[in-house]
Design a protein around this ligand. Structure first.
Ligand code: SF4
Ligand code: SF4
Length: 98
């Protein structure tokens, strides 16, 4: 079995109420981002208890085919940042294809 370890890093996440967030960083093993033209964080989990993990999350999959960093349903950016955008929890590295 091969497990991918070359995922883009979640360099920062400002969504402190998420269970995977401590110290403005995401500590899930991997996250999944959005769909279509919506770059929301699918892994967001609003919870009072937070993970003890100190690993840095990777972007395991991204369904935002409208993003210029998306290649074959995966993210090809070096790293991404996640934060609030209005009422949504979004990948802030999203860049619409022209
Ligand atoms: S990137 Fe998503 S899963 Fe990770 S801490 Fe932020 S909102 Fe939560
Ligand atoms: S930068 Fe684009 S391809 Fe990468 S996770 Fe964000 S929305 Fe998806």
């Amino acid at each position: 079995m091969i497990i991918a370890t070359d995922m883009p890093e979640v360099a920062k996440c400002a969504v402190t109420q998420c269970a995977f967030n401590t110290d403005d960083a995401c500590h899930a093993r991997a996250i999944t981002i959005g769909d279509g033209a919506n770059p929301g964080c699918d892994t967001f989990f609003d919870n009072s208890q937070h993970t003890d993990s100190d690993r840095t999350a990777g972007v395991g999959a991204c369904k935002v085919t409208d993003c210029s960093h998306n290649d074959d349903f995966e993210c090809s950016a070096d790293s991404i940042q996640v934060g609030k955008s209005g009422n949504s929890v979004n990948c802030l590295t999203y860049s619409a294809r022209h």
